[in-house]
Design a protein around this ligand. Structure first.
Ligand code: GRF
Length: 191
């Protein structure tokens, strides 16, 4: 059973999918902490409803990334967190977090990386006329969506879907692929 922290700053549909997979016994993990940097994020209510402790912070209140990440690492250690799972956390990670959890930080991104890194990846893919979109799960490094790939799944489009429909298809794949991939990864990792 791995102790994880989920970092999320948005709606939290992936947070929900991970918690649901844990509850169904499909992912051998426990969510010890939600780390969030946006007071209005819906994911905060979702965590509270599940009784999961939350750490809400504002980056602006710290002099540097190193400073707020040191505060986060302290909280992660207090909660004995072993793995960090990013699910819509919109900040690049710095050395402090990366060095505290080497090869133990995972992210999900709504494109077939290395294509369409960064914000609005689905919008970028559609603007480029792509007929195949997808989801990637990867280790996190200091770059934006650049770490080593772990899993990918593609989605074929007819070209007639609007962006909202494509987003829905992408989320549907994310909600299956993220728990499934983490379950395999955790099962394969001794520590
Ligand atoms: C997901 O599309 C994920 O791939 C990206 O951020 C989005 C988070 O969505 N990194 P949600 O908050 O889990 O609904």
């Amino acid at each position: 059973m791995k102790k994880i922290a989920i970092f999320a700053s948005g709606t939290g549909s992936n947070f929900d999918a991970l918690v649901a997979a844990i509850e169904r016994g499909e992912l051998a993990a426990s969510v010890e902490l939600l780390v969030c940097d946006r007071r209005s994020a819906k994911v905060l209510e979702k965590a509270k409803a599940k009784g999961i402790p939350t750490l809400l912070f504002s980056g602006k209140e710290y002099a540097s990334k190193a400073e707020y990440e040191a505060m986060i690492v302290e909280a992660l250690h207090e909660h004995q967190v072993e793995w960090i799972v990013l699910a819509g956390y919109m900040r690049l990670l710095g050395e402090t977090l990366l060095n505290a959890y080497p090869n133990r930080i995972i992210n999900i991104h709504p494109s077939l990386l290395p294509a369409y890194k960064g914000k609005d990846a689905v919008g970028q893919a559609l603007a480029a006329g792509e007929r195949v979109v997808g989801v990637s799960i990867h280790y996190v490094d200091a770059g934006m969506d650049t770490g080593e790939l772990i899993a990918q799944e593609s989605i074929n489009l007819t070209g007639r879907e609007n962006k909202e429909e494509v987003m829905e298809m992408v989320h549907h794949v994310e909600h299956q692929l993220y728990p499934k991939t983490l379950a395999k990864l955790f099962a394969a990792s001794a520590s």
